[in-house]
Design a binder for this molecule. Structure first.
Ligand SMILES: C[S@@+](CC[C@H](N)C(=O)[O-])C[C@H]1O[C@@H](n2cnc3c(N)ncnc32)[C@H](O)[C@@H]1O
Length: 269
């Protein structure tokens, strides 16, 4: 994820939606698609990670820590936590929110001074190439340390835009089998993350409706303004077409067909 993209998305989540977490959350069955329920789902997701950890005190590396929300919670319950993110925007937010050591780099380039008891990757594992991931984990974790991964993976046989983000699930497990990691917990949470996509699709649909109503009004009221709007739409046609093509990324049925979202814990042998 580029820093520029990251920061735009970050500003949308935090300034517009008031969200501090950058993950899908964990919904309960038949919950209404509201912002309050999305926030509650994200808190539930965070708790599901915490439930898999050894009791404090333990040294934790929060890889791809985002704004530092999980690290803040970990610190408040007695863990010694450090954050890591390549996004320049996370330096200040982590300092203000957590006030713990922060490593501004990709995990691939991390140089640990002391190995950790726990490494957490909450929706960040997908950005780290598999051939770099496992040697880095070995360098970063103590013997018997815990690695928690919460992320989505691409199912076998999926191609095109839906295969662009996430490791292929079978390739990931093949790499695990060759590594020093042993999985001792695996929960399929795909169904429980889908409402976040439905929430996003609703938001987009409402935005589109508002824009089309606005355009209709402009068309009816001002010939010149209507021509200017049409010109802007024509100039932005490539971006609009790209947006249209990426609509599938917030389609929960397409996500369910192509991906599996897992909460997993591994122990380093
Ligand atoms: C979707 S956000 C998840 C943030 C946070 N863990 C959460 O669950 O709210 C992905 C995070 O991974 C980070 N990231 C991207 N590439 C990375 C890499 N190669 N190594 C470590 N972190 C990376 C991003 O900067 C961002 O902080």
């Amino acid at each position: 994820m580029s820093s520029k993209k990251d920061s735009r998305a970050l500003r949308f989540y935090s300034d517009v939606l008031g969200l501090e977490h950058l993950h899908y959350g964990l919904w309960e069955r038949d919950e209404e698609l509201t912002l309050a329920n999305l926030k509650a789902a994200q808190t539930r997701y965070q708790q599901a990670i915490i439930d898999l950890l050894p009791p404090p005190p333990a040294r934790i590396l929060d890889v791809g820590c985002g704004t530092g929300e999980l690290s803040k919670a970990l610190k408040s319950i007695g863990y010694e936590v450090e954050g890591l993110s390549p996004d320049v925007n996370h330096i200040d937010s982590y300092a203000a929110k957590v006030g713990q050591p922060f490593h501004h780099c990709v995990f691939e380039d991390f140089e640990p001074q002391q190995p950790f008891d726990v490494v957490i990757m909450s929706e960040s594992c997908q950005y780290i190439k598999l051939d770099k991931l496992f040697p880095m984990l070995t360098a970063t974790m103590k013997k018997d340390a815990v690695w928690v991964v919460v992320d989505y993976f691409v199912k076998d046989g999926v191609s095109g835009v839906m295969a662009k983000s996430g490791h292929t699930y079978t390739m990931f497990h093949r790499a695990v089998a060759r590594s020093q990691m042993t999985m001792d917990y695996d929960r399929d949470i795909t169904e429980a993350v889908l409402p976040t996509l439905d929430f996003a699709a609703n938001l987009v649909a409402r935005g589109e409706l508002a824009l089309s109503m606005l355009k209709q009004r402009i068309d009816q009221r001002s010939f010149i303004l209507s021509k200017i709007v049409n010109l802007i739409l024509w100039l932005a046609r490539k971006e609009l077409s790209k947006l249209e093509q990426s609509r599938i990324l917030i389609d929960s049925a397409a996500f369910k067909e192509a991906k599996t979202y897992r909460l997993m814990r591994f122990i380093r042998a």
